[in-house]
Design a binder for this molecule. Structure first.
Ligand SMILES: [Zn+2]
Length: 515
């Protein structure tokens, strides 16, 4: 299925690019070429023309876009022209049925010719697209991956050896090139054993690293990595992720990028393959990752260990560093008439460090009629947190039945005795109507309520019981809020009423001298 075509054309040979369909179980070397094996196009400017401008116009139209989205995004490479050929140093493109792709030798700058297939039957013209990217890789001066000399030992290729009926010249080592990536890249589009089996349409990460290296064309304007700030991704509860995202101008790749911190480990992605999680922040403080404002060196690599030059990332300040007290979750303090309600205030920032607000006290300036406020002492449920710890203080409202229904706001002041600092916050308060009690009583209760806050009116009790505060009690007892009890005993001077309702002498007094 693989036919090698070695064409001698005067002193010019062609590089056949007919590639076998095999799994890349082993690898050959990373992007290789240029050096003395091929000449770089000056300034990365590569004029392109068509030998027969009327041949395969629909295929011609696709070539500029395919190159713009691959090599031109990867490196400082600019393809121009795309008109009829008129001589000069130019890549002249022609079409041939079943060509399997050919590029004239020597590769690189000069009078270069590329022959592309014009009867491709693969889905979406995948093989034609592969040929465009692969052959123009040759035209740029890149050799076949497996032809790198360090892939060969004693006449044997370590990776991607010759197979099928491919001519040895397609596999034998080529001298004089630069190792544009130090390690073998099995995903390279210049590799006969690429994972796409000759229908791969995307560059590998190593292809981008190699073609944009200083030994090749240098980085493109759209896919370079200057010092950059991390991005801030908001999370719930005033937390943020600090992230770095691959520039959108980088070409899509077969195989994922890997971000490493120089001297450190691999950085995890966020789930998006081209966005990495540098660190976490909360309340403007770092909870993991490098400190805010620090600059660290990172480098983008492929998964095989080929890396682009390091670049700096400065960690952005992702949140307002709070120094305040505020209502948790922006809640409203809710209470009905004649009841209580509470919210928790959070204390954040240096003003309550380093005791986390423990022991803080609160007070309120209020214009809510017949309502009072109380505060528990400040507390923290995590005293091991980063300096910008969060402390808490619970604020309770006590309303009367006469407190009018409505929406209010009050100013709560929280004082931290450890720092002698007071911070204030506005607390929204909503007073709702009380829920009227049932109109009829259950169990041993009796009578009826007349409205919120009203005592039960005495009704009638059966079996000789008498009504006492809405409860039917035996004669001689009354409702004390919990049960029907006898009244306290009425003791003479010098006696007190004991818990068993008997009168006991007050032993600290002499008879007739006390009370
Ligand atoms: Zn080739």
């Amino acid at each position: 299925m693989n036919r090698e075509r070695i064409i001698l054309w005067a002193a010019l040979s062609l590089v056949g690019c007919n590639q076998p369909s095999v799994d890349p179980t082993e690898t050959d070397n990373g992007l290789y070429g240029l050096g003395t094996s091929a000449t770089k196009w000056p300034g990365g400017n590569v004029p392109v023309c068509f030998t027969n401008i009327s041949d395969s116009p629909s295929l011609q139209q696709q070539i500029p876009g395919l190159l713009a989205n691959s090599w031109s995004k990867a490196a400082n490479i600019h393809f121009t022209g795309f008109g009829a050929c008129n001589g000069g140093n130019v890549v002249s493109v022609s079409f041939s049925a079943g060509s399997n792709g050919l590029t004239s030798n020597p590769l690189g700058y000069g009078q270069e010719s590329v022959t592309l297939i014009n009867n491709d039957t693969t889905a979406g013209l995948a093989h034609f697209k592969y040929e465009v990217v692969h052959e123009f890789g040759h035209a740029l001066g890149f050799q076949h991956e497996m032809q790198r000399p360090d892939n060969w030992t004693g006449g044997v290729a370590a990776q991607c050896p010759q197979f099928g009926n491919n001519a040895a010249s397609q596999f034998n080592p080529v001298s004089g090139g630069n190792n544009l990536t130090p390690l073998y890249d099995p995903f390279s589009i210049m590799n006969y054993c690429d994972p796409g089996s000759n229908n791969q349409t995307q560059l590998s990460v190593g292809d981008i690293i190699g073609s944009s290296s200083a030994s090749a064309y240098g980085p493109s304007g759209s896919c370079s990595f200057p010092a950059t700030q991390t991005a801030c991704v908001a999370k719930p509860q005033l937390q943020y992720d600090s992230t770095f995202t691959l520039p959108s101008g980088c070409p899509s790749t077969v195989g994922n990028w890997v971000l490493q911190q120089v001297g450190g480990g691999t950085i995890p992605t966020t789930g998006n393959a081209t966005t990495w999680l540098i660190g976490h922040q909360a309340e403007g403080g770092v909870t993991s990752g490098p400190p805010i404002g620090s600059t660290k060196q990172f480098q983008l690599c492929d998964k095989f260990g080929n890396c682009a030059p390091p670049f700096n990332i400065t960690i952005a300040d992702c949140g307002t560093r709070l120094d305040s007290v505020y209502v948790s979750y922006n809640q409203t303090l809710l209470a009905n008439q004649g009841s209580t309600g509470f919210v928790t205030l959070e204390m954040v920032g240096p003003w309550m460090n380093y005791d986390y607000g423990i022991g803080a006290t609160g007070s309120v300036t209020s214009n809510i009629p017949n309502a009072t406020f109380t505060f528990d002492n400040g507390y923290s449920n995590n005293t091991a947190c980063y300096p910008n710890c969060i402390g808490f203080i619970d604020m309770t409202i006590h309303t009367a039945f006469s407190t009018p229904v409505g929406n209010y706001s009050v100013t709560a002041a929280v004082y931290d005795p450890a720092t002698n600092i007071t911070r204030t916050t506005t607390v929204p308060v909503a007073i709702g109507a009380c829920t009227p009690p049932p109109s009829s009583c259950a169990g041993y209760e009796c009578g009826t309520f007349t409205g919120c806050g009203q005592s039960l009116s005495c009704g009638s009790c059966s079996n000789g019981l008498l009504c006492s505060s809405g409860h039917c009690c035996a004669s001689g007892t009354s409702w004390d809020g919990y049960a029907c009890t006898p009244p306290p005993c009425n003791c003479p001077k010098g006696f007190y009423c004991a818990y068993d309702l008997t009168c006991q002498r007050n032993s600290t007094c002499k008879p007739g001298t006390c009370m």
